[in-house]
Design a binder for this molecule. Structure first.
Ligand code: G3P
Ligand code: MG
Length: 254
């Protein structure tokens, strides 16, 4: 993989698998990482948050209902109980028995597969600091030296500040949905090296502003090839997609 320096950070692969390859397998599971690898993806994005006993797991929602057969808030369930839940059947019966992985379990598989990672810190409401502290501690203690260093991202400025202070050498990206208030100061305060933004409010002009300020832009969640071509023509560096298999031709464009 090419790892040259851009204006602020490394150039990452153009196609990043969202929650693994969540168009093909249950999101944020080991099965999803394996599927992404089979599709030829080099990097995946996934979400991290805390269980009741402070373990870092790979999971998106604050609640269990959508992607497991459990109920309630993830912040209220200890790891042992969480890992007894089925995180695959909701997607397809063929994935029955898939469980919610810990970050450490995820890293072991990514290392085995040779996949790079964009680790999104996605705290449950009010757990910004402790989630970021726990994620950073695991990255510090467990990140395999054989893997490329991760890129940490978050919508939450307090999480990015913790990452900046605890792991200054690990690159950060500021996630933006549609609130552009004070984005320059927020990205500068986090010492982010990139902007990751939702495609819908993104315009050519805005993307140009990010680039002129020195931030490469990766756009989520892009599942349409025509949209991706437009974004790359505007100067996007990459996309995060549920369907990495749709973008083979674009992925080869340097
Ligand atoms: O990192 C891009 C994307 O994952 C951010 O949104 O809600 O899918 O975590 P979400
Ligand atoms: Mg995410």
């Amino acid at each position: 993989m090419t790892m040259t320096l851009s204006s602020k950070g490394r150039v990452l692969p153009k196609i990043i698998g969202h929650r693994g390859a969540c168009g093909h397998a249950p999101e944020n599971t080991l099965a999803s990482f394996r599927y992404a690898h089979r599709l030829g993806v080099q990097w995946v994005e996934f979400d991290t948050k805390l269980t009741a006993d402070g373990e870092v797991v790979i999971f998106h929602d604050d609640t269990l209902e959508r992607t497991t057969n459990g109920e309630g808030a993830i912040r209220d369930i200890p790891l042992d109980d969480l890992q007894k839940l089925d995180a695959g059947s909701w997607y397809d019966p063929s994935f029955a028995g898939e469980s919610v992985p810990t970050l450490v379990q995820g890293l072991a598989l990514l290392d085995e597969l040779g996949l790079g990672a964009n680790v999104e810190i996605k705290p449950s409401e009010g757990q910004e600091t402790e989630t970021a502290e726990a994620v950073c501690a695991i990255i510090r203690d467990y990140w395999p030296t054989s893997m490329p260093a991760p890129l940490i991202s978050s919508f939450k400025d307090p999480c990015l500040r913790v990452a900046r202070d605890r792991l200054p050498q690990i690159e950060r990206a500021s996630l933006i949905l549609d609130d552009l208030t004070d984005w320059r100061n927020r990205a500068a305060d986090a010492a982010s090296v990139a902007i990751h933004m939702w495609y819908e409010p993104l315009t050519r002009e805005l993307l140009g502003e990010f680039n002129e300020a020195g931030y490469p832009v990766r756009v989520y969640t892009v599942n349409d090839v025509d949209l991706a071509e437009t974004l790359f023509a505007w100067g996007a560096e990459g996309i995060c997609t549920n369907y990495p298999d749709r973008f083979g031709r674009l992925a080869r464009v340097t």
